[in-house]
Design a protein around this ligand. Sequence first.
Ligand code: DGL
Length: 282
Amino acid sequence: MNNPIGIFDSGIGGLTVVKQLRKLLPEEHLIYFGDTARIPYGTKSQRLVQQYALQDAHFLLQYNVKMIVVACNSASASALPLLQEQLDIPVIGVVAPGASAAVDLTRNNKVGVIGTTATVNSQAYTREIHRLAPETEVFGQPCPLLVPLVEEGWIDDYVTVLTIKKYVHDLLRQHIDTLILGCTHYPVLEQTIQKVVGDAIRLIDSGKETAQVVKELLTERKMLHKGKKTEQDRFFVSDIPAKFEEVGSRFLGQPLERVERVDFDQFLIQSGLEKELQLQGN
Ligand code: DGL
């Protein structure tokens, strides 16, 4: 099935999932939407994130995507069941794949999770880990400052190192042996985080795990792209493509050209989406 895979995030973080998808499924055509006008999602209420996530997904549906990857932990934690219920195509998030990898990897059953305030407070990782391995202790730490540092491109800057040190201080005292990077922005900082926490702690990049799950799903449902890739991936943002191109190219290790700015307000009005949305939560 040669329709594209749709991917969305609140900004640049979802490119960590794109990077893994390109490695694992190089023939697949990708359509990416980064909601740079409304980032961050991780400090917003569940209801608002659900609304944004539904709008992002509807934007991608215009391109006849065969599935949607919610490449944002905050949106996965708040809106995945809603998206799965309301859309007719498969939708997968990043939380379950990351949680499952942590359960497989931990030896002492002590797992740390760093993420946005929304993700950590939602307890989505804790619930999923306890479903798989009830004896595992899960320690969460919101790290809201890391998202703007990544968006700014301060990857191994001393300010970033100090910020990570302060955030992980309490987690290290719990003797965790596995740390989930529970925000799609954080794999950009993987090396910096590893340096701070030391080599004894294993980091989980949920993007990597998610790409694996995408491959399994497409294989199982016989929806893999047939033949060579003929179309270029497309990248859309809802505001200021320039920064996205600059930081994104550095991160993907290849130029991100022609990032397209969407007039998102216009899109919402035209599609009449505001009336259609049925939200849950508060
Ligand atoms: N990429 C988002 C996530 O994984 C973090 C950025 C945000 O707060 O929107 O949660």
